[in-house]
Design a binder for this molecule. Structure first.
Ligand code: DON
Length: 313
């Protein structure tokens, strides 16, 4: 094993041990009833380096609900389908507000601030849906994620999707509000059905770190060498993850971790060290901004130890 590989391995193992022992675990999301059932004791981490080496520890093979992390994959897919036309429907600025906030939408005529807040991801889902049946659009998203991760076993957790479908009143409000401005083309229930289901994709840290590899490799899928997305677009998706990937906690995440990252209310975070590695962490307890509490701490420790922050040091 190379010196770098053994440094990554010991960092991953030691950080997992430290995180598993901590008492401060944050609070599991409960606005989606099915997610409230998850045990807060879980912690997993997986790192995949630029040689394809996998370093994993803790509950790294336990599937969890990836939730908002799929917004990275749906944005990639939608950019491939409609190109820069996407930016007529969604902005590229940090919102400075909660992931499910409605206030900005009124001031900004139904155009969501960015593709990672719920309103923006619903608008992106609507673009993918146009011209397709909901079932086809959802199949396309799932197959895309399976291709990126080299893993056909990745599934949608139907109980989580149904739970959000029953209780997603705020998302329904956001979608209806955008529909009134013509930002949503399809029937609101169809768009939301696809959105709730793709948020309910379940993946382990190992699968998630695999799926993110194209973002650390200038848009290329390292296994097949195929271009998933143009290099320039991959760079820009990373920029959006850095500035908007943690909602109102994005500034703090950049300050502490220094990598593009995307969180989900299932407690996962996907982080990208461009040219070096992808990192997936999972711990279901969240902080006040709805991002994994121990996941963020683990990433901060890891990037510091390995000198991976994009800002140097
Ligand atoms: O729409 C929702 O509220 C969820 N399906 C996803 C939100 C989410 O993961 C926010 N991330 N921290």
């Amino acid at each position: 094993m190379s010196e770098t590989a053994s440094r990554i391995e010991s960092a991953v193992t030691e950080i997992a041990e430290e995180m598993q022992a901590r008492a401060d675990r944050g609070k599991v999301a409960d606005y989606i009833p099915e997610l409230a059932l998850v045990d807060p004791a879980g912690f997993g981490i997986a790192v995949i380096d630029n040689q394809g080496g996998v370093f994993a520890a803790g509950d790294c093979d336990t599937p969890f609900s990836v939730q908002s992390i799929t917004k990275v994959f749906t944005l990639t897919l939608a950019l491939g389908m409609v190109g820069d036309r996407l930016w007529r429907r969604v902005g590229r600025e940090p919102s400075g507000s909660a992931f499910n906030s409605i206030v900005q939408l009124e001031h900004e005529h139904g155009i969501p601030r960015n593709p990672f807040i719920n309103a923006g991801a619903i608008a992106v889902t609507d673009l993918i849906l146009s011209g397709h049946e909901p079932r086809e659009a959802l199949g396309e998203i799932l197959r895309f994620v399976q291709f990126l991760a080299d893993d056909q076993t990745i599934k949608i957790d139907k109980a989580v999707a149904a739970s959000e479908q029953r209780t997603g009143f705020r998302n329904r409000a956001l979608a209806n509000y955008m529909k009134s401005f013509g930002v949503i083309e399809n029937p609101v229930d169809y768009t939301l059905g696809v959105y709730f289901h793709h948020c309910a994709i379940a993946m382990s840290c190992r699968q998630l770190a695999m799926a993110g590899r194209f973002l650390a490799h200038s848009g290329r899928h390292p296994t097949t060498g195929r271009s998933v997305i143009h290099m320039e677009r991959a760079r820009r998706i990373n920029a959006l993850m850095l500035t908007c990937g943690h909602y109102d906690g994005s500034g703090d995440f950049a300050y502490r971790v220094g990598l593009p990252g995307k969180s989900g209310v299932g407690g996962g975070i996907l982080a990208i060290a461009p040219g070096k590695a992808t990192i997936a962490v999972w711990s279901p307890g969240l902080d006040a901004a709805g991002n994994s509490h121990l996941g963020r701490i683990a990433l901060e420790l890891l990037t510091k130890r390995l000198g991976w922050s994009i800002f140097g040091g």
